[in-house]
Each structure stands twice: as structure tokens, then as C-alpha cells.
Design a protein around this ligand. Structure first.
Ligand SMILES: C[S@@+](CC[C@H](N)C(=O)[O-])C[C@H]1O[C@@H](n2cnc3c(N)ncnc32)[C@H](O)[C@@H]1O
Length: 253
């Protein structure tokens, strides 16, 4: 028999869950005004505005719907988001980090960036940056050390981009979330072969906390969650060591 849907209940700060017929749905407490960013459903629970996190529109949303228990952005943190497009997922990340946190959202294509800019006007904690993630030195002076790095660029060199940006920006114990699009890595291997190759690049210096396939929401995609190991932190190429001093407070938004 079909169970009536539960009310969304808080599972972390600014993150809510509701189980509809045993399928989990996730919602974030909306920070922007107006609330809806991409046509997602809105609900009010105890006076709090909630935005439904659509798993077909967001890889992190899909990972949660599939049972992700790896790192996620939390209240007060700073995240660098690479490949923000129009800000669908970045807006949920901004909801999660809340007013005290910050999302530095990098996108290199002008068309999605125009919409990302407008989103930045609605979100007090989201800073859109028009830049190429292959050139992290171009935004070194605008992005301070971050607690988390999220990368979703759908490019053949996505693992290299994640590692290079982590070296520049990620704090010692920070989290890396890598949305791996295996079809961007060539057709000569099965998705699991590309995943194994990506994990082999990370394992050792990085502790991979969780990997989850994102189908049926995003075919041939995985989300990987990892943190630097002590050995990596001690190495000369450790995360954060190649960046310059953080910008002065007045230059940050
Ligand atoms: C799959 S879409 C991102 C979707 C988005 N993360 C979301 O969930 O809302 C990939 C985006 O990465 C951007 N991109 C690709 N290569 C990039 C690079 N080198 N630097 C910055 N952005 C890049 C593309 O322009 C595109 O908008």
C-alpha cells in the first residue's frame, strides 16, 4: 500500500528530507529572493521556505537521492564551485552553506554566466566568477582558501582540473566532490573503467570517502567524495600550498 508522504524533516542545517513512498526527496532552505531558481517546487515548513532539490537537474541532488553519505557542504563553509553553469546546483550549495558561508561559482561560458550573474544578485553568499578552471591563477586573488571544492565541468581533463584547483584553494582537511562524466573521457572504455582510472589517480594521496553512480538520474556519471591524506598534506604540492595569501576582507563580497 502506498504510504502518505512525510513532511520534510531537517537532516542537517538547511537540509531537509522527505520520504515519498520510501523514495527520499531532499530540500534545501532557500536563501534567495525570489525563492525558485529553476522551476523547482517550493514548500513552507514551520515558516521556513524549502526548495526541492531535483535529482534529474543536479548531480549532488542525485547523489543524495541515491543514498550519498560522503561529504556535503555545511553551514558557514566556503566552497569553490567549478562549472557552475546557470547555478542550478550552486544555488542549493549556497542554501546549505547559508548566510555565514560563501560559494565562489566559476563558469567559463558567457551565456550561462549571464544567468549566473543574475543569480548572484539574488543570493547574498554566491559570487559568480567568469573564468576558466584550467587557469586557477586567474581567480587566485578573488578566492580565499576553501573548505570544499565541487567540480562538474564535463571535460576529458576533469580529474586534472580538480587536483590543480585543490592544490591552489583547498584547506588541509577540506572536501573534494568530483562529478565525473565518464562519456567525456572517451568511448574506448566502459564507465566503470573510467571510474577506476579516476580513483587510481586519487587513491593514495587522497582518501576516497565515497563513490556513487548517479544513474538513472545522470547516466554514465559518478560522484566521488575525497579528502587529502596526511601524506599529501606533508608533500610540497599539498592542497593550499601553491596559493598566495588570502585576499584582504574588503575585497571579498
Ligand atoms: C554539466 S555543466 C554544469 C552543471 C552545473 N554544475 C549544475 O549542476 O547546475 C558543465 C559546465 O561546466 C562549464 N565548463 C566546462 N569547462 C570549464 C572550464 N574549464 N572552466 C569553467 N567552466 C567550465 C561548461 O561551460 C558548463 O556550463
Amino acid at each position: 500500500m502506498r504510504r502518505p508522504p512525510d513532511r520534510p524533516r531537517a537532516v542537517a542545517e538547511h537540509l531537509y528530507r522527505r520520504d515519498e513512498d520510501r523514495r527520499p526527496e531532499f530540500w534545501t532552505e532557500g536563501l534567495g529572493e525570489p525563492l525558485s531558481v529553476y522551476g523547482e517546487r517550493i514548500a513552507f515548513v514551520e515558516g521556513r521556505p524549502l526548495r526541492r532539490w531535483e535529482p534529474y537537474r543536479s548531480k549532488l541532488g542525485a547523489a543524495l537521492a541515491r543514498g550519498w553519505s560522503g561529504p556535503i557542504p555545511s553551514a558557514g563553509e566556503r566552497w569553490l564551485y567549478l562549472g557552475a553553469a546557470t547555478g542550478t546546483t550552486a544555488s542549493h550549495v549556497a542554501d546549505l552553506v547559508g548566510r555565514e558561508g560563501r560559494v565562489y561559482a566559476v563558469e567559463r561560458s558567457l551565456r550561462p554566466f549571464a544567468r549566473l550573474l543574475r543569480l548572484g544578485e539574488r543570493y547574498p553568499n554566491l559570487l559568480p566568477l567568469l573564468a576558466d578552471a584550467r587557469r586557477p591563477e586567474a581567480y587566485l586573488d578573488r578566492v580565499p582558501p576553501v573548505d570544499g571544492l565541487y567540480l562538474d565541468v564535463a571535460q576529458p581533463d576533469q580529474v586534472d582540473l580538480a587536483l590543480a584547483n585543490a592544490r591552489h584553494f583547498l584547506r588541509g582537511s577540506g572536501a573534494l566532490l568530483l562529478a565525473l562524466k565518464t562519456s567525456s573521457m572517451g568511448r574506448e572504455k566502459e564507465p566503470r573503467g573510467h571510474l577506476a582510472e579516476a580513483l587510481a589517480r586519487l587513491e593514495g594521496p587522497w582518501e576516497v570517502e565515497e563513490t556513487i553512480p548517479l544513474d538513472p538520474f545522470h547516466k554514465r556519471h559518478y560522484l566521488i567524495g575525497a579528502r587529502p591524506t596526511r601524506a599529501l598534506l606533508a608533500a610540497p604540492s599539498a592542497p593550499g600550498v601553491t596559493r598566495r595569501a588570502a585576499p584582504r576582507a574588503g575585497r571579498e563580497r
